[in-house]
Design a protein around this ligand. Structure first.
Ligand code: RIB
Ligand code: CA
Length: 317
């Protein structure tokens, strides 16, 4: 099984990513980063979810704010706890007494050439790890990111939250030269669970019922704030290329991060033109391809994620 480290900010959809990773991959470690809530809250949420789902991966807390400036304030989509909607068990263990960067480096060193680093929050920890130890880019098999958008944003008209909270970190990671997969809002908003699909989870045990409560809260938030009618499973989408590549179609192209735009800071700019190779005149590709960019989700993906929740529910019962 592919070893994976999940860097996340639980977060309702991060919680689904934890289960999806544990079901289909070898979840070796979990690191946390500020974002959906404060570092303290998302770290507590990760530990509480580990207890609920009986995950024994080590957890280490990382950055409490972006490389530049302060972190997001008053993030309400995921509630005051960062994972409102259900009573989670009290954590039964503490995070490791090391920084997330150290856990990333130790795990990558131990699984040289095999470890996939999945990032479903701000990219601050990943950028810090790459700058702390340049050899990391050779130790990692891949980086796979939920972030950005080739369409509208959520944090701003054009910027998606995970990139917008730390554009400098995202820029560093996308330039690092590690084989990288990116799935953006333009795809993940098409990977949503309906109220009826959420309700079907209630036939299961404690884990499935708790996930149903959490996803009901998340759906209500997305409906209230963005007018959506499904709960977007953003974060588990980042794991798909290493679970079943047939569930999301990717395209190798260039994706860059806007750092200076007055109106567009944090926007991801993707090359989606289908340029010919000759007689281009003044029209030229602006950058070389640097990522595999998600373009089309399969209709099989939502059922595949829901099945993983049910299977993890059986394991935890
Ligand atoms: O924009 C969606 C992303 O921001 C997801 O990762 C969600 O958990 C939040 O972190
Ligand atoms: Ca997240």
């Amino acid at each position: 099984m592919t070893p994976v480290l999940l860097d996340c900010d639980p977060g309702h959809d991060d919680a689904v990513a934890m289960l999806y990773a544990a079901r289909h991959l070898d979840l070796r470690a979990i690191t946390t980063v500020y974002g959906n809530q404060t570092l303290e809250k998302v770290t507590r949420n990760a530990l509480a979810l580990c207890r609920l789902a009986r995950l024994d991966a080590p957890v280490a807390a990382g950055a409490a704010k972006p490389l530049l400036g302060e972190g997001p304030k008053d993030v309400t989509i995921h509630g005051k706890t960062g994972i409102d909607g259900a009573e989670l068990p009290e954590p039964d263990r503490a995070p490791l007494d090391i920084h997330a960067v150290e856990l990333i480096l130790r795990t990558a060193r131990a699984h040289r050439g095999e470890l996939v680093l999945a990032a479903t929050g701000a990219l601050t920890n990943v950028a810090l790890a790459l700058s702390t130890e340049p050899k990391l880019k050779d130790w990692l098999r891949a980086i796979t990111i939920m972030g950005g958008s080739t369409g509208i944003g959520n944090s701003t008209e054009v910027a998606e939250f995970n990139i917008h909270v730390d554009p400098e970190a995202a820029d560093m990671v996308l330039r690092a030269g590690v084989p990288t997969w990116v799935v953006g809002l333009d795809v993940t908003r098409r990977v949503g669970v309906t109220a009826e699909q959420i309700a079907s989870l209630r036939e299961g045990g404690r884990l499935a019922r708790t996930m149903a409560d959490l996803l009901d809260f998340f759906l209500d938030s997305l409906r209230r704030v963005h007018g959506l009618n499904t709960a977007s499973l953003h974060d588990p989408c980042a794991l798909v290329p290493f679970i079943d590549p047939g569930l999301i179609e990717y395209r190798h192209t260039s994706v860059r991060v806007e750092l200076a735009g007055t109106l567009t800071r944090g926007m991801t700019v993707a090359e989606l033109r289908r340029l010919g190779s000759t007689q281009l005149g003044h029209i030229r590709p602006s950058a070389a391809p640097n990522v595999h960019l998600a373009r089309e989700p399969s209709p099989r993906l939502v059922p595949h994620i829901l099945a993983a929740i049910r299977e993890m529910d059986v394991r935890a019962t």
